[in-house]
Design a protein around this ligand. Structure first.
Ligand code: SF4
Length: 614
């Protein structure tokens, strides 16, 4: 099939069964790829109520039709499963080179079912597929394990791994690839670890058929040229997202001291320019990327090599745990990467623990030592405890929401999460649309689906009208890139125009879809993942969309937005407007009419059979 690897690889780890089945064209037409495939497969194949860490969960790896082609930055792959962090739909996207390799091996989707009896890795060399012993890799750091496996299999293999945190099923363990790229969010590394899978190694040698080769090549070249001509390309390439922390601080959006503030004194020292001078060895990009944002670094003070830190890490480790030395942030990033921990969740969890300690909710006896903000030894100690699930680490390994429920006091008010997923790196009391974007994200408090801080600034931070409309629009556009297998940062960061994508999509797949058609499919996936949460949780709805009380009860403590809160009334207004625009009911649940309009009749049937009131 044009644009696709053409096959689904299904591996039952319990039985050792390996099956290859052709990708169905209707599936491709209706769900495009990557997160569309993942959402449909998880809906069809997972029984509601299964244990996310049990053999009944699936780990689905999928890429899209533009991946591995000459379209700029067509190198994205997503992993999906029922999330052990949230109990609802989980998914995380990753760059690097493995998406292209997967297509060259002939696969659009790899499904891991069941559970291996012992530590194993998946070996894929075109049609040769094996479940191999990984006892020599078990216990190794995520990046170290990738290096070892590369040495063993050769450089032609693209490899993704988990670290010790995934092995110990820490709920926010990530999947790592290309020595520092991660599918970080919603515990996809946790699911991989629960299945006893340390790594997936892929080497492919096939080609991808294209519907109109000449036009695809011409359009791909035009797109590349278009990216190279963008004015801010050089700056983006020099700093990547490491250029963002100083800006975020200036506008009062930089999470500071467990989101007590949005402004960090001394944040200038975290600037991308300083990082470049002190640490960066090389720029690093994903497959086919015209604007490589990765920064490979040597942290001299600690004698370690690491990719990054990028913005989210600097925000959550730097700001949230109060570090103003970029080398310290680089070192702590390295620790998290080797352990296979998502830096966003880890920075939240550790910032939360530090605040609990400062407020006397946690004692030195409970923690095992004193801990404090801005102290490298405290952070390192907690990373080690969490990864090993030792002492307090066993509670913190469950995430900030669970930890707050265990620690009690007022701590649930400053456990910064939504739906159990820790908050991405933007303090949003002064950015209502961004607050709404995180509140309603299908995964929990995550930035990849919609990020709209600049919109809040452009139209007025106190303005509420029109904010929901922007969020809905972004929640269709940004995840659209996770349907097609492409990075969205060319559109987001260097202003490369969206309208190129439907055209090149047509040349590659032969599917004649307009931009509007593609956005409709994106909306369909959005509604499916929302319905997934409702299928899992009988009382799911509006109350799951509220942010922690800190954001509406406590004012920002310092900086340009000191004194700001976002009132509960404002939040209710935003949610009402948002649900209304989506065609959902007042409780934030998709209506029967909306689901049918989007072609989700199978969802209606199943929800009705479960006696959910549609
Ligand atoms: Fe990868 Fe960054 Fe390029 Fe996107 S912009 S493809 S994340 S290197």
């Amino acid at each position: 099939m044009n644009g696709y690897g053409g096959n689904i690889l299904r591996i039952n780890l319990t039985q050792g069964d390996i099956k290859v089945q052709p990708l169905d064209e209707t599936m491709a037409r209706e769900w495009i790829g990557q997160r569309g495939f993942i959402a449909k497969i998880l809906w069809d194949e997972l029984k509601p109520g299964i244990d996310p860490l049990g053999p009944d969960n699936l780990l689905v790896m999928s890429t899209g039709p533009l991946a591995g082609t000459l379209v700029p930055a067509g190198g994205k792959v997503s992993f999906g499963a029922k999330s052990p962090a949230t109990g609802i739909y989980g998914e995380s996207c990753m760059g690097g080179h493995i998406a292209a390799e997967m297509k060259y091996a002939g696969y659009d989707i790899i499904i891991l079912e069941g559970m291996a009896a012992k530590p194993s890795y998946i070996y894929i060399e075109d049609d040769k597929i094996e479940i191999r012993d990984a006892s020599h890799l078990w216990g190794k750091g995520a990046i170290q394990a990738e290096k070892l496996l590369k040495e063993e299999l050769g450089d032609d293999f693209q490899i993704c791994t988990i670290g010790p945190a995934g092995e110990k099923v820490v709920k926010y363990a990530c999947i790592s690839h290309d020595f520092g790229r991660q599918a970080g969010r919603t515990g996809m590394g946790t699911v991989m670890g629960s299945k006893n899978i340390k790594a997936i190694a892929i080497c492919g040698s096939k080609s991808i058929p294209l519907a109109d080769m000449a036009s695809a090549v011409a359009k791909g070249k035009e797109m590349l040229k278009g990216c190279f001509a963008k004015e801010n390309l050089d700056e983006w390439q020099d700093y990547g997202t490491a250029g963002v922390p100083v800006w975020a601080n200036k506008i009062g959006a930089f999470p500071t001291k467990n989101f007590q503030s949005s402004y960090l004194e001394g944040n200038e020292a975290l600037d991308g320019k300083i990082m470049r001078e002190k640490m960066v060895i090389n720029d690093k990009g994903c497959f086919g990327c015209p604007s490589p944002c990765g920064k490979y670094c040597y942290v001299k003070e600690y004698n370690v090599y690491t990719e990054g830190p990028e913005y989210e890490t600097t925000a959550l480790i730097g700001g949230n745990c109060v570090f103003t030395d970029i080398e310290q942030v680089g070192y702590l990033n390295y620790l998290c990467d080797e352990m296979g921990l998502d830096t966003i969740s880890t920075g939240n969890v550790i910032g939360f623990a530090m605040e609990c300690f400062e407020k006397g909710i946690l004692t030195a006896e409970q923690v095992g030592r004193e801990i404090k903000f801005g102290d490298v030894a405290s952070f390192k100690y907690l990373v080690e405890q969490i990864t090993a699930r030792q002492g307090i680490g066993d509670i913190l390994a469950e995430g900030v929401k669970y930890a707050a429920e265990r620690f009690g006091g007022d701590s649930i008010k400053f456990a910064i999460q939504i739906k159990g997923l820790e908050w991405s790196g933007y303090e949003s009391r002064s950015a209502p649309s961004n607050m709404l974007a995180y509140m309603t994200c299908d995964l929990g408090a995550h930035h990849s689906r919609a990020w709209s801080v600049t919109h809040d600034i452009a139209v007025g931070r106190k303005v509420l009208e029109g904010k929901a409309q922007k969020v809905v629009e972004l929640q269709h556009i940004r995840p659209f890139f996770d349907l097609i297998g492409c990075c969205r940062l060319q559109w987001v960061e260097i202003g490369f125009e969206l309208e190129h994508y439907p055209e090149v999509f047509r040349y590659i797949t032969g599917f004649d879809y307009s931009q509007e058609d593609l956005m409709k499919i994106s909306e369909k996936v959005w509604n499916l993942t929302r319905a997934f949460a409702w299928r899992e949780i009988v009382d799911f709805g509006r109350k799951y969309d509220y942010p922690p009380a800190r954001f509406y009860e406590e004012a920002v403590t310092t900086g340009p937005n000191a004194g700001d809160t976002l009132s509960k009334e404002a939040l209710e207004y935003l949610l009402d407007d948002y649900y209304n625009l989506r065609g959902w009911d007042k409780n934030g649940l998709p209506t029967k009419e909306k689901l049918l309009q989007l072609g989700l009749g199978f969802v209606v049937q199943e929800l009705e059979a479960m006696e959910r009131k549609l």
